[in-house]
Design a protein around this ligand. Structure first.
Ligand code: HEM
Length: 297
């Protein structure tokens, strides 16, 4: 049986029980031996438990070091957005802030001086899964088997059973967004604000976010599994975008549509009100692979 059939994807990808979320992005320190890296990662994994979901994903360099059987390039969107490719992503999900802080600090200590922090962001599920703009975020996600099909690499492809991950720290200009009338805000997103009803094809503005991203390519709907969450305080806030895909290229295609780099050249109006300041993509391997870190073949 393959990993896809046995379902050994990392459970945190689909488990939506917990509202407190910490995202840690790290760069591998120079000259660290592979054995030390494996030991550190195994120690991090051991911190997971019933109330602590830990999901790991690797940038291209670390994936190659760990013997990954396929290559992928570092994040780039031809300079349209800041590319800050990291080596290690640790996503910590817990029921509350106290557990979240404890677990994140324990992760940080387990990694020690083998990795240096690029980003440490505390994010949270806001109201009924809304973005800070007030719009429900994630409602257009596929469900059940369709979600797994969108998120997990299919059998027979390199990395089967794992998942490609895109992470981006976006900073919102909420003053500008909130200054719009609600009907105008809805035209930016392409759904209604109160109850998240999607606009019909006729009513969907060409530059609405849903219009840019609800799309098929050569007849294949470009569905991804999104888990983005808000973060921030009064002076800096936005969305930590996180999504899982069966194909790396799906992220590139969707971002190119958002930035008007292909096809009709229309730019997503959401990018007027929010800007990515960090972007990386990663590969999240199966739990089978992660277990092998402590006992290499
Ligand atoms: C500031 C960053 C972003 C915010 C606040 C945001 C917010 C939203 C909201 C409110 C929706 C409509 C509700 C829903 O369908 O869940 C949505 C849909 C969607 N977004 Fe985003 N989004 C962001 C960035 C992105 C990026 C970078 C991508 C792709 C790389 C993306 C892909 C999608 C997709 C695929 C949908 C669903 C379209 C559909 O099939 O209906 N979003 N987003």
């Amino acid at each position: 049986m393959t990993d896809v059939q046995t379902g050994v994807f990392q459970p945190g990808i689909f488990d939506k029980r917990f509202g407190d979320q910490v995202f840690l992005e790290y760069a591998l320190a120079r000259g660290v031996a592979e054995a030390d890296v494996r030991e550190a990662l195994s120690a991090v994994l051991a911190l997971g438990g019933d109330d602590v979901l830990i999901t790991l994903a690797f940038g291209p360099q670390l994936w190659a070091m760990l013997g990954g059987r396929f290559d992928f390039p570092p994040f780039s969107l031809e300079g349209q957005v800041p590319a800050t490719q990291g080596d290690l992503l640790v996503w910590v999900q817990t029921p509350d802030r106290s557990h979240g802080f404890d677990a994140a600090l324990a992760v940080h200590r387990a990694l020690g001086d083998r990795f240096s922090t690029q980003l440490d962001i505390n994010a949270f599920v806001y109201h009924d899964m809304r973005d800070l703009t007030g719009f429900v975020d994630g409602i257009g996600n596929p469900e059940g088997a369709q979600a797994r099909k969108a998120a997990l690499v299919a059998e027979g492809h390199p990395g089967a059973g794992g998942s490609f991950v895109l992470t981006q720290k976006w900073i919102h200009d909420l003053d500008a967004f909130d200054a719009l009338s609600v009907p105008e805000q809805e035209r930016v997103i392409g759904r209604t604000k109160a109850d998240a009803v999607e606009f019909s094809d006729e009513d969907m503005p060409a530059d609405a976010h849903v219009g840019r991203t609800d799309v098929a390519r050569d007849g294949v709907p470009q569905k991804i599994w999104r888990r983005g969450v808000p973060y921030g305080n009064t002076t800096e806030h936005g969305s930590y975008f996180v999504a899982f895909s069966c194909e790396l290229d799906r992220f590139d295609y969707l971002l190119r549509r958002m930035y008007g780099m292909i096809e009709d050249g229309v730019r997503d109006r959401l990018t007027t009100f929010s800007s990515p300041v960090m972007s990386s993509w990663w590969y999240a391997p199966t739990t089978t692979f992660l277990k092998s870190l402590s006992s290499p073949e």
